[in-house]
Design a binder for this molecule. Structure first.
Ligand code: PAF
Length: 292
């Protein structure tokens, strides 16, 4: 398995392209699970047998706030290599912090702009600047034709698309739907932090989203109300679901949609359960009328 592993940028540069098919990259922070496996399998499908699939594993300090979980973030490289190989990766680039940031914290960064200051950005100042800076660096280092990201991090995906467009990155960005467990909890590397009781409360996030989505025919206000009612009740669960935000936003810029909105929207939630902060979202399409 370790023959997949590439630890430094020079070795990555020396990795021969196949010349016969596209290179697809899947960027991760490790602690890989079935959601990542789905991304890697999709990358393999896009690259084809003649292309190349590169997975990156790097816990990026730049995107963690001072009181966040950088130190306890799970690091499981051996298991990650096995999962990546099984899902069809040709190489796993797992650099050290010094390799990615040889000059220490970078002076010059990518700024996520107004969209990056909303929702997640409002609760995690600087988070998306850190994400976009490392994604830009990893795109330069891996030089892919296609890069795949999960829709679970919907705001991140929208910002990466925007960065690629605004800054002319020669790469196609592909979003891959969220993978859920049988009870609809979204897969996340942070789910490993959850106790059995936490896991039961965490279920309320996807339940709120599904309950909101079921009210789509009544329009945005009803969707917000329905989802909010589930989360209000979950605030008294044990352990409680402590809400950061519930928002119904335009996927183009993550501003709240108006009550008469038609077309695509994203219902997004972030909350703390025990000591774990979780996010989830669901795409919702509002029709053009016949509301009562
Ligand atoms: O989604 C993630 O795992 C990270 O934010 C990413 C895109 C790998 C950048 O560190």
């Amino acid at each position: 398995m370790t023959d997949l592993l590439i630890g430094d940028a020079a070795a990555l540069r020396a990795l021969p392209g196949t010349g016969a098919g596209p290179r697809a990259v899947v960027m991760t922070m490790g602690a890989l699970h079935e959601g990542h496996a789905t991304l890697i399998r999709e990358a393999r499908r896009i690259a084809g047998p003649d292309g190349q699939v590169v997975v990156t594993v790097f816990v990026n300090p730049l995107q963690f706030g001072p009181n966040e979980d950088l130190d306890r973030y799970p690091r499981t490289l051996e298991a990650d290599l096995a999962l990546a190989a099984e899902a069809g990766a040709d190489a796993v680039f797992a650099p050290s912090v010094a390799e990615v940031y040889p000059g220490g914290e970078p002076e010059v960064r990518v700024t996520a702009g107004a969209m990056g200051a909303r929702l997640e950005g409002a609760h995690r100042p600087g988070h998306f600047d850190g994400v976009l800076t490392v994604v830009a660096k990893l795109l330069h280092l891996t030089a892919p034709d296609v890069a795949l990201f999960g829709q679970k991090d919907a705001q991140q995906l929208a910002l990466i698309r925007r960065m690629a467009r605004d800054l002319n990155f020669p790469v196609e960005i592909v979003g891959v739907p969220t993978v859920r467990e049988g009870d609809n909890v979204a897969l996340s590397s942070r789910n490993r932090y959850l106790s059995v009781a936490d896991r039961a409360s965490a279920l309320e996030l996807s339940r709120a989203l599904l309950t909101g989505k079921a009210a789509v025919a009544q329009g945005p206000a009803a969707v917000r109300r329905a989802a909010r009612a589930v989360l209000d009740a979950a605030a008294t669960a044990e352990p409680p679901v402590v809400l950061d935000y519930l928002a119904l936003v335009d996927p183009a810029d993550f501003t709240e949609v108006a009550d008469g909105h038609t077309g695509e929207a994203i219902l997004a939630v972030a909350a703390k359960v025990g000591t774990t902060r979780l996010i989830d979202n669901m795409p919702i399409t509002f029709g053009t009328g016949e509301r009562s």
